[in-house]
Design a protein around this ligand. Structure first.
Ligand SMILES: [Zn+2]
Length: 98
């Protein structure tokens, strides 16, 4: 049973890690950000969370999967519509600038 709970704790660390990664569209590299907000990959529908980018309260159902805020294994965190649109604009402008 003990090993089972250790596995669950491992999963929790994966979903709510101490470090989250923010993609820098300009430099094409990840910045390591300390996850002081307890941003998590998993939520239930109907649950309140926060936008990974602006940290405003966000109903998980209304969140978008971020193209910029990722976990170590590459899953995207939830962001609000405003930040999601801003990410797309940023991505597009740096792509066009290449
Ligand atoms: Zn936001």
């Amino acid at each position: 049973m003990e090993s089972e709970s250790k596995t669950l704790n491992g999963l929790f660390d994966t979903f709510t890690p101490n470090i989250i990664y923010k993609w820098n569209f300009e430099k094409h590299e990840y910045e390591e950000i300390i996850n002081t907000w307890g941003i998590s990959l998993i939520h239930e529908l109907g649950e309140m969370t926060i936008c990974a980018n602006c940290k405003e309260p966000l109903l998980f159902d209304n969140g978008y999967t971020s193209n910029q805020w990722h976990s170590k294994v590459g899953f995207g965190y939830s962001v609000c519509e405003k930040c999601f649109e801003a990410e797309k604009m940023m991505e597009k402008s740096f792509k066009e600038g290449e």
